[in-house]
Ligand binder design. Structure first.
Ligand code: DLL
Length: 436
């Protein structure tokens, strides 16, 4: 049996879903045209009027929205309601430029609670469960997003937030939460702390984990499952659309279901802007059709994914996104070949010699790109014998080169020497960018 929080919405017949999307899109387009000057200008420049949008099939006629639009209208310029109706603000971390600010009305928060309840509910969580929320609380949407979903279901909710792993592990042991939300990299940090302190998965009551906010592979998923003794679910979202709760994995584990009655997915060719056929890899684009405060139209996420339209065993009718490969901004181009950090992670997690803690360093030496994979030896395989290290590194290098098709360097480092992260992990140090 597959757990479904809101069967009526999540298994809606497709014709009914498309009709609902059409009705909501038409209303949203009219509203943003009237209420948001920047959208009126954008639509006018593209020569589209709200009347041109007669159904969801007309979505492709609308212009895209970019992160730059949020920056140009910083902080509140794209809001479609007066400030007195905004009850919450969040913001993205802004590592690449000015942070982007997003707002929610009371009704937007209700929607967030609903889509996050579907997300957690899809793993099997019910109101009898106890949730440990270890995403950061604050301007980041992870903490309060997990929190609102857990409370909407009616679970006992522990707002642990990030940091102080010792305290987190004490709470996990003493308060007996049955599910946890954090970044996959932090789940590993918790598992590592437990191992170091002789605490086993049997000392905890965890059954499920909902991890996201950064790309992670199926191999990493299995690693966390076995170390924490839980079933892991991938959860996806971004602040500009609502935060976590845009798409979620069900117990069939075959892609992430999009909450399509609220967010419409398109996959486009990032160069031409054309919508791609189902199954083809491209840039993920979302349109919000129910949000009041910030209903973004055709928002370019820079995430790379593909659509899965075959029916899912769970009975949900919604379209799915295949596990996300990463952001196009994180994609490295090494001597002309596209490399996602997640491809390298996919290899490393299959190898017994190394722990899944890694970092990629890119340099340009004599006008040639050089990719170095820094990875930790496991405690069991740790050695300072040069010959042994070299043999191990050569083996790993071959495995990675087989997958990527380009030559790389592998540098094995001692256990626990690569930085641990409480939030999103930083996997790439691209020294080429320093000289741009
Ligand atoms: O990371 C929202 C979130 C919080 C999602 C908690 C899941 C769990 P932002 O900080 O705006 O919002 O970052 C959004 O993170 O465009 C993706 O590049 C990446 N991302 C989020 N979830 C996943 C995932 C939150 N499951 C950006 N897999 C997105 C891969 C993800 N990448």
């Amino acid at each position: 049996m597959y757990n479904i929080y809101n069967p009526e919405a999540e298994t809606m017949p497709l014709d009914k879903l498309r009709a609902l999307q059409s009705e909501r899109l038409i209303e949203t387009v009219k509203r943003v045209y009237e209420k948001v000057p920047a959208y009126k200008k954008k639509f006018d420049e593209a020569g589209v009027k709200p009347e041109d949008i007669k159904s969801i099939d007309d979505l492709h006629k609308l212009p895209f929205t970019y992160k730059q639009d949020l920056r140009d209208n910083y902080p509140y310029g794209l809001f479609a309601v007066p400030m007195e109706d905004i009850v919450r603000i969040h913001a993205s971390s802004g590592t690449t430029g000015k942070q982007t600010v997003v707002g929610y009305t009371r009704n937007d928060l209700k929607i967030w609670g609903e889509v996050m309840a579907r997300t957690i509910g899809a793993g099997g969580v019910t109101k009898k469960d106890i949730g440990h929320i270890s995403y950061g609380y604050g301007l980041f949407t992870g903490g309060l997003g997990g929190h609102i979903g857990s409370e909407t279901i009616g679970c006992t909710t522990i707002p642990a937030s990030t940091g102080n792993t010792a305290r987190q592990v004490t709470i996990l042991q003493d308060f007996k939460p049955t599910f946890i939300l954090c970044t996959p990299s932090y789940a590993l940090t918790i598992a590592e702390y437990m191992a170091e302190h002789g605490i086993t998965k049997e000392n905890l009551s965890l059954k499920y984990g909902f991890f996201g906010a950064e790309p992670w592979t199926r191999g990493m998923q299995q690693e966390i499952e076995s170390r924490l003794g839980i079933e892991c679910f991938d959860i996806y979202g971004l602040s500009e659309i609502i935060g976590p709760g845009v798409a979620y994995e069900c117990q069939a584990h075959s892609g992430l279901h999009v909450n399509e009655d609220h967010f419409v997915l398109e996959i486009i060719d990032p160069n031409t802007g054309e919508v791609l056929p189902d199954g083809e890899k491209g840039e993920v684009v979302f349109t919000c059709i129910t949000k009041e405060a910030l209903p973004l139209i055709r928002y370019r996420t820079h995430d790379v994914g593909y659509k899965i339209t075959e029916p899912c065993a769970c009975g949900r009718t919604s379209v799915r996104i295949g596990k996300l490969l990463g952001r196009s901004d994180d994609m490295l181009i090494i001597r002309g070949v596209n490399v996602f950090p997640s491809q390298i992670e996919g290899v490393l997690v299959t190898l017994d010699e190394v722990a899944p803690h890694y970092q990629l360093i890119v340099d340009r030496i004599d006008n040639k790109d050089k990719l170095t994979v820094l990875v930790e030896m496991t405690e069991e395989n740790f050695t300072d014998e040069v010959r042994k290290i070299e043999a191990m590194a050569a083996k790993i290098r071959k495995e990675i080169e087989n997958v990527l098709g380009i030559s790389v360097n592998v540098r094995l480092v001692a256990p626990k020497t690569i930085t641990r992260f409480e939030g999103k992990a930083v996997r790439v140090i691209d020294n080429r960018k320093l000289h741009d």
